[in-house]
Design a protein. Sequence first.
Lengths: 469, 151
Amino acid sequence: MPQSLMARAVRWFASWSIEQRVLGGFGLVFAGIVVISIASYRNTAVLIENSRLDTRSHELVQLLGSIGETLDEAERGHRRYLVTGDQAYLKGHKTLLEQMPVFSQYLQGLTEGTPDQEARVASLVELIGQQLAAEAAAISARQTSGYEGVRSIALSGAAKLELEAIHRLIIEMEGAEQKALRARVVQSTGSTRNTIVLLVLGALLQLVLLASVYHLIHHDITERRRVATELRRRGELLQAANKELEAFSYSVSHDLRAPLRHIDGYASLLSKTAGESLNDKARRYLQTISDSAKQMGQLIDDLLIFSRMGRQEMLRTRVNLDQLVKTVIHDLRLDLQGRTISWTIGSLPEVYGDPAMLRQVFTNLLSNALKFTRHRAGAKIEIGATQPTAGETEIFVRDNGAGFDMQYVNKLFGVFQRLHRNDEFEGTGIGLANVRRIIHRHGGRTRAEGAVDRGATFFFTLPTKRVVG
Amino acid sequence: MTTLKPILLAEDNPRDAELTLAAMEEHHIADKVVVCHDGAEVLDYLYCRGPYKTRRHGNPAVVFLDLKMPKVDGIEVLRTIKNDADLHHIPVVMLTSSREERDLAQSYALGANAYVVKPVEFHQFINAVKELGVFWGVINEPPPEGLTSTQ
C-alpha cells in the first residue's frame, strides 16, 4: 500500500508542469523561511523578557538588602532610645515608618507575576508591621514608666523575634531569586543556541532560493541565446538558399532564352532564304518549329514571373481596384479586338496590397475569362465584390465561357495544371498558380466554382485594412 | 557627308551575332558593325590595343553590350566606359536576355543610355535590332571627337 501511494505521489508530481514545480519549490522554501523567522522572533522575545526579569531580580535583591539594613538601624536606634531616652535615637524608627509604604510598593512591583515571592512579600510586610508595632509599644512604655519599665525589653530588643524572622525571609527570597536567575540563564542559553541554528538554517534556505533563481535565470538566458543563434543560423541558410534560387532564375532567364531565339531566328531565316523552293509541308514544319520555340519562351517568362512573385519584396499600400481593373482592360485591348463582350463591373472596394502584383492577378483572371469565352456568341464577363467583413473583402471574376468540371477544382490553382487541351485553349498552366501565390502573400484565399460549358467564377479575398507584419 | 562611325557589337554568342547581323543586313548597315566576342575585346578595341592596335582612331557611334560575357562582363565594360573621360560620351545600349530588375537598375545606375531585352520571337528581335541600328548608327548624331569630360 505505501509503495503504491508513493508511486501515485511520484506520478502526481510528474504530471506537474515546469512552472508548477518551480512555483511549488519556491513556495516550500518561502514557507520554511517564514517559519524560521517566526521561531527566531519568539526566541529573541524570550531573551529580552529574561533580561528584563534578571534586572528586576537584581533590583529586588538590592532592595531587600537595604530594607534589612534599615530595619536593623531602626531596631538599634530604638534600643538606644529605650536606654538613654534621647529622642534623636528614634530617627531610624521614624524613617522606617515613613518609608514603609514606599518599600512595600516597590516590593510588590518587583515580585509581580511570581506568586511565591508575592506571598513572601506579604508576610515580610506583615512582619515589618509587627516589628514597628512592637517598637511603638516599647516607646510608649518608656514614656510612661521610664527606663525601669522597659529595661528587659531594652536589653533583648522589642522586636527581636520578628527581626530574626524577617532576616530569614529575606535570605529565602534572595535564594529564590538566585534560583530563578540560574533557571533563566539555562533557558536563555538554550534559546540562543536554537536561534543560531535556525538562523543558519534560514541562511541556507535563502542560499538555496538564490541558487535556484540564478539557475533558472541562467537556464532561461542560455536557452534564449541558443534559440537566437539557431534562428540566425536558419536565417543565413534561408538567405543562402534564396540567393541560389535567384542565381538559378537568372541563369534560366538569360541562358534558356538564347537557344530559343536561335531556333526561331534560324527557322525564319531558312523560310526566308529557301521559302520559294519549299513545299507546303516543309513550310508547315518550319512554322511548327517557330511556334514551339515561341511557346517555350512564353513558358519561361511565366515561370520567371511565378518565381519572382514568390520572393519579390511586397509593397503594402492602398490600391484602388476600380482604377486597376480599368488599366488591365486597357492593357488587354489587343485581345479584345473583334470581340463583343458584355461587361458588368460592380463597384470595387479599396484594398491594401502590392499594386503590381494585384495587377498581375486581374490580368491573369481577365485574360483567362476572355480566352475561355472566345467561342461564345454572347460573351459575358462580370467583376464584383461582396460586402467587406472582418477587415477583408471577397472579389470575383465570372464568365459564361467553357467552364470546368468541379471534380478537378483542386487542380485548378496548381503549377502546370491545365484542364483544357492546348489545341482547344492555349496556355502555360501558370496563370492561376500565380494568382493563388499572390493572394496567399496578401493573406487572402482563392476558390473557384464552375460547370462544363456553363462558365466559371473565381473568388479571392484581400485585406481592406493595413496588415501589420 | 561624313563617313559613318562603326557600330560596336559585344556578343559572345556567334549565333546571336549572326542573327543580329542578318537583321542589320536589311538596312545595309551590317558592314559598319564590328563584332567583339567578349568584354576584354571590347576594351581592346576602345583603347586601340592588342589586335586593334592598328585600327583607325576614333570612338564608335554606339556600343551594343551583352550583359553576360566571358572574361569581362557587360557591367564591368559599362563601368569602365562611363568612368573614362575619353569614352564616357559613347552611347551604350544594353542588349540582353535578362529582364531582371537588378540588371536594369544596375545598368542605368552606371549610366547606360538604353536597355533592350532581346525578344525570343525572331520578327520582334529583327525589328528591335533594325531600329536600334538605324537610330544609334544613322539617325543619332554621335558626340564630336575629342570631347572630354568637364569634370
